[in-house]
Ligand binder design. Structure first.
Ligand code: AMP
Length: 353
C-alpha cells in the first residue's frame, strides 16, 4: 500500500487503473480506524480492482474546536490496518492540500441537513461534510463510494448530493459494526473513560428498547420514544436528539407504519456519540435473515437490525434478548442480520445512488 499526500500523486497513481477500465473503490475516513472502517475497506477489496482509503480529519465539519483538537490521530497505525484490510492507496492529504489559500467554494444539500445532526451541530457541519466528500469524489473519481450506516443521516445526505449533481458513482452503505455489548464502534470511543463507556451503552439500550416494542407490535412513535428515553434516563444520559423519522425525508413520524429511522445523539462524559436503528412495523415481509430459523421471540442477539459484530467479537453474547427484524431506508437494500459468531454477511446488493 502506498501513502499519497497530494491530489497530483493520487491522480497519477490512479491513471493506469483508469486507462485499463479497472474499478476504483473509495472509503473516506477521518482515521483512528476500527472494525467499522475496516468492514468498508474489506467490502471495497471484494468488489473493486483498486481500493483507495482517504484519511483526512476535516476541520470544516467540526463545530467545536476542542472536538477537532482532541480527535484521535494515529496515521501510522491506521496505515497498517488499512493495508491489512486490503487498501492499495492511502490518501492522507494535509489541510492545505484540501483547502489551499483562496479556497472559496461550498457544496450544500438543503433541507435534509437542517434536521438531527444538522440541527444539533449547525449548518456548517454538513456543509463541511458535503464539500469534502464532493472534493474527494472529484479527486478520486471512484466507481463506488463506501459509507457506514452508523452515520445514517450522512448516507442519506450524500445519496441526495450524488443524485442531484449526477455524480457517476455508486454508493454502498454497510451495517453498523458494534462491540459485543452493543456499543457502536466509533473513533471517539477511545476518548470514553470506563464510567462513560458503561453509560454510553444506554444509546444502544434505547434503540433496543424501542426495537423490542416495535417487534411486539407497537406503532405509536410516542410510546417507542418514551421507552428509548427511559433507557437513556436510567443511565443519566440526556440526548441531544432522539427521533423517529422518515428514512427519506428525515421528517418526524407519529406512527411506525413503514420502516423508520430511530436516531439518537448524546454527549456522554464529554464525548459526543451517535447511533441509530431502522425500526420495522411488524408484519412487513422480506426482512428476515437467511439463517433466521429460530422463533423470533426466543432468538437471542445483542445486535440491532442490519448490524454486524466485529471480527474480533467474542462468541459469547451478553444476556439473551428478544430480537426484532429490521428494514432499510428506501433506496437501500436490507442487510441480512448476522450473529456474532458468523460476522460475514451474505446476499447484499449494491445500491445505486
Ligand atoms: P469517520 O472516520 O468517523 O468519518 O467514518 C468513516 C466511515 O466509516 C463513515 O462512512 C462511517 O459511517 C463509517 N463508520 C464509522 N463507524 C462505523 C461503524 N461502527 N460501523 C460501520 N461503519 C462505520
Amino acid at each position: 500500500m502506498r501513502t499519497l499526500r497530494t491530489v497530483g500523486e493520487l491522480r497519477a497513481a490512479l491513471a493506469p487503473a483508469r486507462e485499463t477500465g479497472s474499478t476504483i473503490g473509495l472509503v473516506p475516513t477521518m482515521g483512528a480506524l476500527h472494525e467499522g472502517h475496516l468492514s468498508l475497506i474489506r467490502r471495497a477489496r471484494e468488489q473493486c480492482d483498486v481500493v483507495v482509503v482517504s484519511l483526512f480529519v476535516n476541520p470544516a465539519q467540526f463545530n467545536e474546536h476542542s472536538d477537532l483538537e482532541r480527535y484521535p490521530r494515529s496515521e501510522r497505525h491506521d496505515a497498517g490496518l488499512a493495508a491489512e484490510a486490503g487498501a492499495d492507496l492511502l490518501f492522507a492529504p494535509s489541510v492545505e492540500e484540501v483547502y489551499p489559500p483562496g479556497f472559496a467554494t461550498a457544496v450544500e444539500v438543503l433541507g435534509l441537513t437542517d434536521r438531527l445532526e444538522g440541527a444539533s451541530r449547525g449548518a456548517a457541519h454538513f456543509r463541511g461534510v458535503t464539500t469534502v466528500v464532493t472534493k474527494l469524489l472529484c479527486m478520486t473519481m471512484p466507481d463506488t463510494l463506501y459509507l457506514g450506516q452508523k452515520d445514517a443521516q450522512q448516507v442519506i445526505v450524500i445519496r441526495r448530493l450524488v443524485a442531484d449533481l449526477n455524480l457517476p458513482v455508486q454508493i454502498e452503505a454497510l451495517p453498523t459494526v458494534r462491540e459485543a455489548d452493543g456499543l457502536a464502534l466509533s473513533s471517539r470511543n477511545a476518548l470514553l473513560d470506563p464510567a462513560a463507556r458503561a453509560r454510553a451503552l444506554a444509546l444502544h439500550a434505547a434503540l433496543h428498547a424501542a426495537g423490542e416494542l416495535a417487534e411486539a407490535g407497537e406503532r405509536s412513535a410516542q410510546v417507542l420514544l418514551d421507552a428509548a428515553h427511559d433507557a437513556l434516563a436510567s443511565a443519566a444520559v440526556r440526548p441531544d436528539y432522539l427521533a423517529l423519522v422518515d428514512p427519506d425525508t428525515l421528517e418526524p413520524l407519529t406512527e411506525l407504519y413503514r420502516p423508520a429511522l430511530l436516531a439518537v445523539a448524546a454527549s456522554v462524559g464529554g464525548v459526543r456519540l451517535i447511533d441509530n436503528a431502522v425500526l420495522q412495523p411488524t408484519g412487513v415481509k422480506g426482512v428476515r435473515r437467511a439463517d433466521d430459523t429460530m422463533p423470533r421471540r426466543v432468538r437471542a442477539t445483542a445486535l440491532l437490525p442490519g448490524d454486524r459484530a466485529p471480527r474480533t467479537t467474542p462468541t459469547k453474547l451478553p444476556s439473551p434478548r428478544v430480537s426484532y427484524t429490521g428494514g432499510a431506508p428506501a433506496g437501500e437494500t436490507v442487510h441480512p442480520q448476522t450473529s456474532a459468531t458468523t460476522p460475514e454477511r451474505s446476499g447484499e446488493t449494491r445500491c445505486s445512488a
